[in-house]
Every structure is written in structure tokens, then in C-alpha cells.
Design a protein around this ligand. Sequence first.
Ligand code: FHN
Length: 503
Amino acid sequence: MAKSSSAISAHRAQFQQTIFTQFCLISLLCLASFKLLANGDESDASAAPALSQSERMQWWSDARFGMFIHWGTYSVLGGVYKGKDYSKEFSGASAEWIKNRAKISDDEYVKLARQFNPTNFNAAEWVSLAKAAGMKYIVITAKHHEGFAMFDTKVSDYSIMKASPFKRDIIKELADECRKQGLHFGVYYSQKIDWHNEKHPGYYDLLKGQISELLTNYGDIAVMWFDMGDGNTAFNNELGALVRKLQPKTIIGSRLYAGKMPDSEKKYADFKSLGDRSVATRPVAGYGECPMTTRLNWAYAQHDEHWKSVKLLIEYLVVDAARGANMLLNFGPKPDGTFTEQDTERLKGIGKWMAVNGESIYGTKASPLNYDFPWGLITQNTGLKRLYLHVLKWNPKGIELTGILGQPSHAYLLADPARKDLVVERNGDALTVKVPAAAPDENDSVIVMEFADGIKVDADAKSGFHWKPTPVMGLSEKSGGKTTADGDTKKAGGSEKSADEGQ
Ligand code: FHN
């Protein structure tokens, strides 16, 4: 039936209103989507779901062992300036602090860059050394306190590309090589101290610019190892948010913040960086990492003879792992781009042990017992239902273990390819493993105990921590600290924070 003209007009008006309403709705939806995309908002429904901390940390926690590298123009001096050796000055400093310790003017110091020409640098060699030593990640100084960028930064001319004759992007070469050899690659970045740029009016922008460059131009950056964080929490969180936005998988260390700050306020910290040259003195809550040196200095020093033995470094790795922490072992390459002979020896010695015993470190968790033994410490792999007894002090009469319930279904020396069963006798609360007269390994002999029904602990078992390493800091430990059963915990000197303080 034909409609009256007024009815037609009313209908047209209603139709137009509907179209307009729909147009507004669609526009709002488009605007919202553009806004979300523009902000890279993690909550954007179309973006990948936010990564949980445990997902981000899984590889890192399984790795337990990484390589730290301190390398920059300070390496040219090797701790010596105008004939004076500054590498023995302690209170936490080290050869990479020479500009500060020798009070070198900036105009004078920046000339060093012209001498930084590491023509023997070979990323493949460095990464192969780390890999053969059993290390799963590398963290190198992209910019230390001197302010010199070891990468192709566009926000500063004080870099390896523009201020040195080398003109190669060290960070890129190492990042590419780590990817090729299957190691995770991370960078150390000094975000608080920068003796060259910090007075620069746009210093904060320079920091954000360089951090953005590192997280944009070099592929996956596994770790951002910030250092000497201060109390400017708002800015620290701004840097943390920037890392999260650019690479959500990047792990952030606690030194983004001031060490004294409560862990609960370190919003973006994924792991607790324990004190310099420290070893975990008790089980670590959450994720912890102990940065350790092979000598006293972090950077290359011509006259630092305080070398730690392979045995001691393996003990430190074991003590850290038994208490749920990673060890990040540092190396200070020479200005020509090679590692010192002593460091190479240590890497090879640790690698020899790791090749046989790596299973007792990788993918393990802290001991199920809140104590250890005069003979050594324990790591565990709950998935494999295995305890690893790290026997640092061999006893031919047998190795006694308390606090574990039941009887192992299998016990053997990890170094024994035949995995020949060892006799394990129970005497009340204690299990005693009958062992060969001679220790299979001069550094650390590992006994594996398998429990078909899983590892069960006597909750009432109590004892103490016998292994309290004396970190090597002061000059008194010529041979490089010692880990002593029932050890005295005297600090060897220096003003390093204790392991528990963390940073
Ligand atoms: O001042 C730095 C030092 O040079 C070195 O880089 C260490 C490594 O953990 N961090 C700071 C001191 O704690």
C-alpha cells in the first residue's frame, strides 16, 4: 500500500539517523584501534599476550651460567696511567674506573678512543670460548661509566664507529655470532653514571635513545644489565617500561634501581643482582645472579695477579646453583681484542668439568634442604627426580646425606659413563653412599641419586650452612679467595655489598 509523503519523510529521517549512528560507532572503533596500535599498548587485544615473568625467565633460570664482559677504551690503559697502577685500589672500583681514580680530564680521556683498535677481535672466537665453557648467555658492556658506546649509536659521536679507528659495531658482531651459535645475548648499560655525557642537557634523552637503539637494531636482546641504579624511581620505571615495550622478552636486572630499594618496589626487575664478586651465602628467593670475576678487576688490568683457580670458580658456580642462583663470570679482554691466557685457561678448565657434569647445573633448582654438608652441596632436578651431590671434599669412608626420605632407586657417579650402581646404606636418618677411594674429579665429583617416587624431604631435618665462600675482593687473597667448609665469613676487604644485600 503506497505510503503518505509524511510517512516517507519520517522513514527517511529514521534511516538517516541509523546510518549516522553506525558511522559514529565505526569511527570510534577505528579511532580506538589506531590509538592502541599507536601506543603499542600491551593490552591491545590483537597484540601477543603479555609474557609472565616465569615464561620470560625460564631459559635464564635453566642456564645458571653466563659470561660477563667488561671491554671499552679503559682497556687500552689496563689499569695504569702515567706509570701509576690503579688496578689495586679497591673499594669496589676496578680498572674500568681509571678515569675517575686517576682524575683524568674528559678532554684527555676521550683521546684514548683513538688508540682503541682491537684488530684481533673475533666474535666467533669469543662466543666459541663461552660456549665451550658451558656458558649459555653473554652480557657485554655496550656503554660503561666512561660513556663510550661500543655500538653504532646515532645519538652520540663518542662511539666505536665515530671516535675510534676500529669503526666496527662490536655489539652487532657479537649479537649475530651469539644467535649463530645458540647463545643468548645481553648488554650491560650504565644508565646512571656516564662521565662523558651525564652533564649533557639532553642526557636522559640520550639514554633513552641509546637503549632504544640497542633494543631495535640488534635483534633479540636477552638481558638488559643496568648498573648502579639511583633513587629516581620514576625515571628508572620509564626505562623499564621502554625495554618492556620494545622487547617484552628482554630480562631486566635489579640494578636498574638503587640496591637499597625494597625488591617489591623494583617494578621491572626480573632478577636480583647480588653483590659484586659475591657468591650466594644462602638460598635465594626468586631469581638471583652473582657477578663474579676471575681476578680482582672487571676490566683488563696489566698487573692484577689475583687469579682465582678453576677449582674455586667451579666451587662458586656450584654454591650459587645449590642456592638457586646463576653465576655471571666476568672477563676483561685485552685492548687488541683477545682474552688473556689466564682467562682462556680458566674457561677451558671449567668447560672440561661442565662437559661431564653440566646436567648437575643446567635446569636444576636449589637444594631441597635448607642446609649443606661438610663434603659439599646439593642441586636437584625435580622433573628427573634426581639429586646431585656435589662432593667438593671427598671422603673415601663414604658420603653421608641427611634429610632425605626413602631409598634411592639408583645412585651413580655422573662421571661414570657406565653409571655403575653405588651402594647406599641407610642408618636411621642418614644415607651413606659407598664411594671409590679416589675422587673421580679434582674439582667437584658429582654423585647422582635417583628416586623413582620423587624426592622427599624430612621437614624436621636441620643443620647449618658449611660453605660460606670468602669472596675475593681484598688484596689479602693472593690465590683468590677460598670456600671453606664451616668457613669463616670474614670479608676479604673492599667495600663490596654482601651477597644478601644484592644491588
Ligand atoms: O661500577 C661498576 C663496576 O665498574 C663494574 O661494572 C661492576 C660490575 O658488577 N658494577 C659497578 C660496581 O658495582
